[in-house]
Design a protein around this ligand. Structure first.
Ligand code: FES
Ligand SMILES: [Fe+2]
Length: 445
């Protein structure tokens, strides 16, 4: 495995000439009319993540996904395929299921119609009393499209949606080397926030804020725009490929331990062998690639054998339009996703999942953002952010800092003093995101 190649669809995410210049007005973040347009023209067209494929083990296992006022459920079929249904009884519309669970059929609590795992009506009381015809074996629950990528289950409410892998282009091709299907979700949060859902995408498509908002980061991720690659793609997705090594721009005060030194030592590289900081950062990072490739598989990181030189030491921080972010690291993925609140565009829920790649012989890992975790599937933790008080265990983590900013930005965006963003070149993808959103709202996508 050699160098990574830039995908031919890549546009430069550091070049505002790739933009039309659509304004990013405040009403996009708080207006109920704007939120309604997002539902009518975007949310009902795109592919959504319902959950992880490994949540469904046996026929009849299902995942419920509520989105705004809608609800769907995805069910594992007898033949191992997946089907997704709107959560609405075909008799008179009663909601059928409330929580992710398992069943050999879906019995409606209202008049007792029973729908099979395949969505076909299996039985009903008084089936002779239908002059228009007995619906048993004929009526079906209305379906949504379902497919999988990366161990995630996706669905679309649009019967004419393009295939998932086309929608995600070029991510499936770019991330083919990562063992995404076998990742274990070791931490699973859903946090209620007082901000519009778009905060997260705006935030995750740029690293300009990180030096100010996340002072702990430059010592171990180089997020300077001239060393990162800022990429964006025609369907609205994008990546920031960041070297997992300290920034050369600044350094920790003399005597303060450098996390990069520990990483080098962990891979049997002596951090003191380099004559100066610059050499350690640049040559040490190259040495780390070679050493991980040499020692990784024998240490249980079998997936390193498939990875290229970039993947083995770097972090492609990836945003999938409109609301999913996956931060890829050599041994894990951090999945972030916001979804709008059903009634209030000033609120959203924020999902934070830590998914680790199995490492042979290892039962515990240090997972990104959430600390030491056993390598086993986690239970869902639901919290209200409450100005940070709701998740004290995440305090001072990067994502906590982002959530604090999220609520402050929502207030400022509602001010009459805010008109449009004044962006740096390295924030090009912020406006690009809004332009792709406008393409949906205006029927161009
Ligand atoms: S609404 Fe479901 S059986 Fe009547
Ligand atoms: Fe951030």
């Amino acid at each position: 495995m050699g160098q990574a190649e830039t995908h031919p669809l890549t546009m430069d995410g550091h070049d505002p000439r790739n933009l039309r210049g659509d304004p990013i007005t405040g009403d996009r973040y708080y207006s109920p009319e704007f939120a309604q347009r997002e539902w009518d023209h975007m949310w009902t067209k795109i592919w959504h993540v319902a959950g992880r494929r490994n949540q469904l083990a046996e026929a009849g296992d299902y995942i419920v996904h509520d989105f705004l006022q809608e609800s769907v459920f995805i069910v594992l079929q007898d033949d191992g395929s997946l089907k997704g249904f709107y959560n609405s009884c075909g008799h008179r519309g009663q909601r059928l299921v409330w929580e992710t669970s398992s069943s050999d059929g879906f019995a409606c609590p209202y008049h007792g119609w029973v729908w099979g795992v395949d969505g076909v009506l299996a039985s009903l009381p008084d089936q002779d009393d239908f002059p228009q015809g007995d619906p048993c074996g004929k009526l079906k629950l209305k379906e949504v499209q379902v497919d999988c990528w990366g161990g995630f289950i996706w669905y679309s409410m649009d019967p004419d949606a393009e295939p998932l892998l086309d929608y995600l282009e070029p991510m499936p091709e770019i991330y083919k080397n990562y063992p995404m299907e076998s990742a274990v979700r070791v931490s699973w949060y859903r946090i209620e926030l007082n901000t519009n859902w778009k905060f997260a995408t705006d935030n995750f498509v740029e690293s300009y804020h990180t030096r100010t908002a996340h002072p702990q980061v430059p010592a171990w991720i180089d997020q300077d725009y001239w060393t990162s690659r800022l990429e964006m793609f025609p369907r609205g997705h994008g990546r920031t490929v960041q070297p997992l090594r300290p920034s050369l721009r600044d350094r920790l005060p003399e005597g303060e331990p450098l996390p990069f030194d520990d990483i080098l030592r962990e891979w049997d590289i002596d951090p003191d062998q380099y004559p100066d900081f610059e050499t350690k950062v640049q040559q040490g990072w190259l040495d780390l690639k070679a050493q991980r490739r040499k020692l990784g598989p024998a240490r249980g990181h079998t997936h390193y054998a498939q990875m290229n030189d970039e993947e083995i030491t770097d972090s492609p921080h990836t945003v999938i339009f409109p609301n999913v972010t996956i931060s890829f690291l050599p041994d894990e993925m951090i999945f972030f996703r916001t979804e709008p609140h059903p009634d209030d565009p000033n609120k959203c829920s924020f999902d934070l999942w830590s998914l680790v790649f199995p490492i042979e012989g290892t039962t515990e890992v240090e997972a990104g953002m959430v600390g030491q975790k056993k390598i086993e599937e986690a239970e869902l933790i639901e919290r209200v952010f409450d100005g940070g008080k709701g998740v004290p265990e995440l305090k001072d983590s990067i994502v906590f800092q982002d959530m604090m900013l999220a609520e402050g930005q929502q207030r400022g965006l509602r001010s009459r003093g805010y008109e449009d963003a004044y962006l740096a070149a390295q924030e090009t993808r912020v406006r690009f995101f809004h332009e792709v959103l406008n393409d949906y709202l205006e029927g161009r996508k």
